[in-house]
Design a protein around this ligand. Structure first.
Ligand SMILES: Cc1ncc(COP(=O)(O)O)c(C=O)c1O
Length: 367
């Protein structure tokens, strides 16, 4: 049951700062082509499913036991993956893993949110929501009209507000735009000068050509990179996200994580996925190629598309308002995301046939 804002019963002692909020979530519909939650459209290859099935008997037999509380094997495998993809030298001590990167963000805010947080919008709207839920005060500053960071402004906003946590999402959701590495380095410097963390949310990193901020961590221990297996790894249903950070921050997160938070099934299946990362990540190039194709088809129709380094596109130029355009796409059997930016909609890149269906439906709304 979803109660309307402000209609909580009197007997329910919901915290006052939460009483106006609605639960986060995109509409879930059946019988539509769902291009609204930035999932990877490829299902796991049969060989991998088979390998996962082979790990199940041991996992299931031991379900009477709690899982490895510190997920040591999984953290080592994640460190190896990051080291291979970013030529770095992390160990399990630099990694924390949880049920999706959202849980990682929550654990960080619970541990280090005391001096408040700053973010640059439009961006991932769950950041301020988790801030509210964890009692972390939140300040939003604006990105420029093309959804990029205004670096000079961002630096002075950091120096002025002195937040404990500064969030940068790159590639950004919902715009898809990536923040250049040199700018991240300047933000690392600015946040370090106020003894604050720079939280770089890299949920879509594998779809981007930019250098990952993980390479900043050895010089700037105040940088924490948040990653996920939900997107490039096509593993959203398993719920695995992780942080790459200085061991001091991981130690702080150990205080606020729930004991035994990551099930033995999740840990075991994620290990198989990471051992086969080359197979799982093979589809990333195909999605990038589809991203270019869909963007150029939209542009040919007269839509304006924000350059994207992620697995989705933000575009504008319909004859109708976004909400009306969204509804008419739903009526054509295609579910995209109305991200609340006037005039824009966001579409996730799907399989070629799904993208064709979207392009056919959006053609009816072209400028
Ligand atoms: C920028 C960003 N960060 C984090 C997440 C959360 O991902 P998950 O909790 O599945 O790891 C998402 C999901 O869409 C996202 O777009």
């Amino acid at each position: 049951m979803n109660l309307q804002a402000n209609s909580w019963p009197e007997w329910l002692p919901i915290r006052s700062e939460l009483s106006d909020l609605k639960p986060y979530g995109a509409p879930q519909m059946i019988d539509v082509t769902a291009l609204n939650t930035n999932e990877n459209p490829y299902s796991l290859p049969a060989a991998l499913v088979e390998e996962m099935l082979q790990t199940l008997p041991e996992i299931l037999t031991n379900l009477n036991r709690y899982p490895d509380r510190d997920a040591n094997k999984l953290r080592s495998a994640l460190a190896e993956y990051i080291n291979t993809s970013s030529q770095s030298y992390f160990s399990a001590k630099n990694i924390w893993a949880a049920n999706g990167s959202n849980e990682i963000l929550q654990t960080i805010m619970l541990a280090c949110g005391g001096r408040g947080a700053l973010g640059f919008i439009p961006s991932y709207s769950v950041h301020p929501l988790i801030a509210k839920a964890t009692g972390t005060s939140w300040k939003s500053e604006n990105r420029d009209s093309e959804f990029n960071l205004d670096l000079a402004a961002a630096k002075s906003q950091i120096l002025q507000a002195k937040p404990g946590l500064t969030f940068v999402t790159t590639p950004n959701n919902p715009s898809g735009s990536a923040t250049p590495f040199a700018q991240l380095q300047e933000l690392a410097e600015a946040t370090r000068s106020i003894n604050g963390l720079l939280i770089v949310d890299e949920a879509y990193a594998e779809f981007s050509d930019e250098i990952s901020a993980v390479t900043l961590i050895s010089k700037y221990p105040n940088v924490v990179v948040v990653r996920t297996m939900s997107k490039a790894f096509a593993f959203a249903g398993a719920r695995v996200g992780y942080a790459v950070a200085d061991p001091a921050l991981i130690d702080a997160m150990l205080i606020t994580r729930l004991p035994y938070h990551l099930s033995s099934a999740t840990q075991g299946l994620a290990l198989v996925a990471l051992n086969n990362s080359d197979i799982l990540l093979a589809e990333v190039d195909a999605l990038i190629a589809e991203r270019s194709r869909v963007a150029s088809e939209l542009e040919k129709m007269g839509f304006a598309v924000v350059p994207s380094s992620a697995n989705f596109l933000l575009f504008k130029g319909f004859t109708e308002e976004s909400a009306i355009a969204w509804k008419s796409l739903v009526d054509s059997g295609v579910l995209v995301r109305d991200v609340g930016l006037a005039g824009y909609l966001r579409v996730t890149i799907g399989l070629a046939a799904e993208n064709e269906k979207f392009l056919a439906a959006i053609a009816a709304l072209k400028p």
